[in-house]
Design a protein. Structure first.
Length: 115
């Protein structure tokens, strides 16, 4: 099982960014996918979750209305579109796959929001 995130970077407050996570080694379409983030000195927190076929999504209160999680099962990829970014969104963003008896994490991609 492998999850590889990409698309992070440095942006200014109010700007947008889309990050991606490509999965391999398992049947991607069968599993719930999530994005988490971890800021320096803080605990890892759940940002958004999407069900197997993308019919249901859930978001942390801090990102509701600004972030959108989506998936393309044909490309084994989950995305996080982040709009109106704020300095408090600065963190390493990690992709997570939830299997029936296992959990897999990517290595993360850094998102920095600063003027």
């Amino acid at each position: 099982v492998q999850l590889v995130e990409s698309g992070g970077g440095l942006v200014q407050p109010g700007e947008s960014l889309r990050i991606s996570c490509v999965a391999s080694g398992f049947t991607f379409s069968n599993y719930v996918m999530s994005w988490y983030r971890q800021a320096p000195g803080k605990e890892r927190e759940l940002v958004a979750t999407i069900t197997r076929i993308g019919g249901d999504t859930n978001y942390a209160e801090a990102v509701k209305g600004r972030f959108t999680i989506s998936r393309d099962n044909a490309k084994n990829t989950v995305y996080l579109q982040m709009n109106n970014l704020k300095s408090e969104d600065t963190a390493v963003y990690l992709c997570r796959a939830q299997g029936p008896t296992w959990v897999a994490w990517g290595q993360g991609t850094q998102v920095t929001v600063s003027s």
